[in-house]
Design a protein around this ligand. Sequence first.
Ligand SMILES: CC(C)(COP(=O)(O)OP(=O)(O)OC[C@H]1O[C@@H](n2cnc3c(N)ncnc32)[C@H](O)[C@@H]1OP(=O)(O)O)[C@@H](O)C(=O)NCCC(=O)NCCS
Length: 146
Amino acid sequence: MAFTVRFASSPEDHDAGYKLRRDVFETEQNIPRPLDRDAFDYSADHVVAFDDKGHCVGTGRVVRVDSRTAQIGRMAVSKEQRQHGVGALVLEALERMASMRGISELTVNSQLPAEAFYSNRGYSRVGGVFLDQGVPHVVLRKVLVR
Ligand SMILES: CC(C)(COP(=O)(O)OP(=O)(O)OC[C@H]1O[C@@H](n2cnc3c(N)ncnc32)[C@H](O)[C@@H]1OP(=O)(O)O)[C@@H](O)C(=O)NCCC(=O)NCCS
């Protein structure tokens, strides 16, 4: 299936991404703190992916931390469309956006089962496992080459 990946630029795009977050993090993973949206969402760059029927099947964001660093987060792909390359497309788009903004280093607080997804795309673990909302996480880092 062909997927359309774009930077979220309309209220509809943002709402579609937030709904997918709720489906994945709250409904599927039962994470106690609502991941619907937070203050960082106002300044973040968001990416959304749609299937050929116009359903939002992927989302993610990148938040600027300082002049050279940004944080990838809220990466979610609908359960039915995982392992079809959507996550990789979303991550690539977020990395391109960060690079265009002059960012040279990305970090991500990754859930433990998602670590291989990031490490297969150039991210390396920094430090040990920690719990966020009771869910085991690791910090990963990637230097962007321009
Ligand atoms: C982590 C997550 C975003 C990855 O999204 P995804 O769309 O499944 O990722 P991709 O399909 O791009 O890549 C996953 C793997 O499937 C493989 N893959 C891609 N297309 C494939 C295909 N057509 N057939 C089989 N495998 C395929 C990729 O090679 C990749 O494997 P690799 O990491 O060994 O290279 C997704 O699993 C998810 O939403 N998980 C639940 C929420 C979550 O944990 N989010 C992360 C919070 S930190």
